[in-house]
Design a protein around this ligand. Structure first.
Ligand code: PLP
Length: 422
């Protein structure tokens, strides 16, 4: 099946009601047929619904549909993008281990890996996504996962996936790509050899800024990397907390199986069935929306690039952009998503510009159908000094835009008249 068909149909089998929309199974628990059935489900002799912290029929459709879009074999949905990232790491790393993380990642991922996980005894080692060879100097026998973003937020860089995967495979280490900004429509990291893909479903998946959620997708090939690999001994040895279950011996994809059975069981960041239903609605139009976001962003980037008051535009779809070649290599039909940034002369002008925009809302989010403007120096990066802002690649005059689905010319006109005012 092609992408747009998967986005509409995968994972849903209509029941006797013939319901066209996937039903919302708003329930906490499920009745067992009898005591034996209950025991069978708990012992995994039979698969079925037990409790919504572990599984839910509405969430199951979302998971199957998303796994198919990413070209993966299995998925587990979570309550947020951050919990998806945390579970992907906690599934493999424990106190005394380390993880390799790209420097250019979402701020929450930096604080999770650099601060919260450090308190758990897990050390994050950072590498420059423009120089994946740095990984060679960071990796050792206790490196459990390599984490990077396909398109980075907020720096809007494009990762050279093949380079990261090549090094990871040399050491048999799991790779994990946060594909939130690119979405599976632009890029399927699993097709390039990535083992695990994570997402914030709060962005392009809902597409309308409706709900916080996340998802973890596992590749078919990951099982082979884990089986007999000492680095991942806890997948190959009996799990005492699950009656001695050996995840790699069970006939289900081991990574997502363990997230569900161990992490959702013990930590519980499960999505609400209603939110899963919202993500399903979002997926139906994701391929169409990503085309429009990307086309519109490219036209706007070109407009900004030609404007005398704009010092610099950062959009991987522009030929002048250092990420252009990688975008052409990895992204379908040269689409480059809806995120771009540009620089005007200084903080005051940037703030005035943000205030003058009528169609763009001043919000710290991305991937909404409504366009969003952010001035990082006065919001997400407010605590940084002028020099620190420059070092972080966030000059005071930088404006970030998340291009929505409004008419492109209306957005250009709005930006044009705001630029006239500064
Ligand atoms: N990953 C990326 C690339 C993000 O941009 C974000 C949020 O902005 C997250 C993860 C975190 O997702 P959530 O807000 O759903 O927890």
């Amino acid at each position: 099946m092609k992408e747009q068909t998967i986005a509409l149909h995968e994972g849903y089998i209509k029941d006797e009601q013939g319901t066209m929309a996937v039903p919302i199974y708003q329930t906490t628990a499920y009745e067992f047929r009898d005591a034996e059935h209950a025991a069978n489900l708990f012992e995994l002799r039979e698969l079925g619904n037990i409790y919504t912290r572990l599984m839910n029929p509405t969430t199951d459709v979302f998971e199957k549909r998303f796994a198919a879009l990413e070209g993966g074999i299995s998925a587990v949905a979570t309550a947020s993008g951050m919990s998806a990232i945390f579970y992907a790491i906690a599934n493999v790393a424990e106190a005394g281990d380390n993880i390799a993380v790209a420097k250019q990642v979402y701020g929450g991922t930096t604080t999770l890996t650099g601060h919260t996980l450090r308190r758990f005894g897990i050390e994050a080692r950072y590498f420059d996504i423009h120089n994946p060879k740095e990984l060679e100097t960071l990796i050792d026998e206790r490196t459990k996962i390599i984490l990077f973003e396909t398109i980075t937020n907020p720096s809007i860089d494009v990762s050279d996936i093949d380079e990261v995967v090549k090094i990871a495979n040399r050491y048999n280490i799991i790779t994990c790509s946060d594909n939130t900004v690119a979405t599976p429509i632009l890029c399927k990291p699993i097709q390039h050899g990535v083992d695990v893909v994570v997402h914030s479903a709060s962005k392009y998946t809902t597409g309308q800024g409706l709900a916080i959620g996340g998802i973890i997708v596992e590749s078919k090939e990951l099982k082979d990397k884990i089986i007999g690999n000492d680095r991942y001994y806890h997948f190959n040895e009996p799990d005492e907390s699950y009656h001695g279950l050996v995840y790699t011996s069970f006939p289900l994809p081991p990574f997502t199986l363990r997230v569900r059975l161990a992490l959702l069981r013990d930590l519980g960041a499960a999505p609400s069935p209603f939110n899963s239903w919202l993500y399903i609605q979002g997926l139906e139009t994701l391929p169409l929306r990503m085309k429009q976001h990307s086309n519109s962003a490219l036209a706007i980037a070109k407009f900004l690039e030609s404007h005398p008051k704009v010092k610099k535009v950062n959009y991987p779809g522009l030929e002048s952009n250092p990420n252009y070649k990688l975008a052409q290599k990895y992204f379908k039909d040269a689409m480059a998503s809806g995120l771009l940034s540009f620089e005007v002369e200084g903080r005051e002008k940037a703030q005035k510009l943000a205030d003058s925009l009528k169609l763009f809302s001043l919000v710290v989010n991305i991937g909404d159908s409504k366009s969003i403007v952010t001035h990082p120096a006065s919001t997400t990066h407010q605590q940084l000094s002028t020099q620190e802002l420059i070092d972080a690649g966030v000059p005071e005059g930088l404006i970030r835009l998340s291009i929505g689905l409004e008419d492109t010319q209306d957005l250009i006109d709005d930006l044009g008249s705001a630029l006239e005012k500064i």
